[in-house]
Design a protein around this ligand. Structure first.
Ligand SMILES: [Fe+2]
Length: 322
């Protein structure tokens, strides 16, 4: 009995029109539904994955985590209540808005609204991407990952690991604290960064085909979008990606080739190679913080740090070395 995937994310924004364009023509999502005050997107065979509503710009409103069944949701509710967490039962109307059979919701210790649900609604038509991409790696792995900043990781982490059953994939202790957590074979579905304030750092979407990341990289420049983190490869989930600033200021990491793990045997480790094997220069960091990252990249290059690429059937050819 635990969470099985990151199912949906809801964000408020004052820029619904910009999001309708950015979500489809740049990210490749499909508009599921549009009203004067709401906008939702699909990314796979489910009828809804991202919910935008009119409001304060770029504030994460809800994070939806899927559990297996009605019985699993009941068991989770009982466990949370026994631990003193105040849970609310979602009404049938709310479940309808979320396109799920049933949900409960609560706040995590940092104040983020967490929704647990079972029974997501399948769409009655195939996913039709908003631009020509081969699709997202989502489905049972969930939408990707969400990264939140918080004041104090120690006060938030046990809610996820002990109550919701998330596993620790790895963690960073210096120069800042960060924890990467899994709920299925995706290396991480949630990461927490301790930076002194509660916030929404980024959302990661993973593409099936590497060239779709490259096309987006071109489109970002053609659209004069802010590439807030340059192309690079992460040292823990091996994702090759870049980050773009969205119309609502938080970032989207757009990537390919993420590591999947076996949660049954995975051992949490401390990360010491820095966040990236190569690349990922961050435009917003101070000169001092960038110097620390550059020293790590130099060290990675000196040590010849490299990792295998993780490919899927249909997105690679194996060639001979002669
Ligand atoms: Fe990420």
């Amino acid at each position: 009995m635990s969470v099985i995937s990151l199912g949906y994310v809801g964000v408020s924004t004052g820029r619904l029109d910009e999001w309708a364009d950015f979500g489809t023509a740049f990210l490749g999502l499909q508009i599921a539904d549009r009203s004067a005050r709401t906008l939702s997107f699909r990314m796979d065979d489910l009828s809804q994955r991202f919910q935008f509503e009119d409001g304060a710009d770029g504030v994460i409103q809800q994070i939806g985590w899927e559990v297996e069944s009605a019985a699993a949701l009941q068991a989770m509710a009982a466990r949370l209540e026994a631990a003193g967490v105040r849970i609310q039962r979602g009404s049938a109307a709310l479940a309808g808005q979320r396109r799920v059979r049933e949900l409960i919701w609560m706040h995590d210790p940092a104040g983020n609204r967490v929704e647990l649900y079972w029974g997501p609604e399948k769409a009655d038509s195939p996913f039709a991407p908003g631009r020509n991409i081969a699709g997202f790696r989502a489905g049972p792995l969930g939408i990707g990952h969400v990264v939140l900043t918080c004041e104090n990781i120690a006060s938030v982490l046990p809610f996820y690991t002990e109550l919701l059953g998330f596993g620790v994939s790895d963690y960073v202790l210096a120069p800042f604290k960060a924890y990467f957590l899994h709920v299925n074979p995706r290396h991480h579905s949630l990461a927490l960064i301790e930076n002194g304030r509660r916030g929404f750092h980024h959302l990661m979407l993973e593409l099936m085909q590497f060239d779709d990341v490259g096309h987006a990289h071109d489109l970002a420049q053609l659209r004069k979008a802010d590439i807030a983190v340059t192309l690079g490869r992460h040292s823990n989930d091996h994702m090759t990606s870049f980050y773009v600033r969205t119309p609502s200021d938080f970032m989207i990491e757009y990537g390919w080739g993420g590591l999947t793990i076996d949660p049954a045997t995975w051992q949490a480790v401390e990360l010491t190679d820095g966040p990236s094997i190569w690349g990922h220069n961050r435009s917003w960091l101070s000169e001092e913080a960038n110097a620390v990252l550059r020293a790590q990249l130099q060290d990675n290059a000196d040590r010849g740090l490299r990792q295998p690429v993780h490919v899927l059937p249909g997105n690679h050819d194996v060639v001979s070395d002669r």
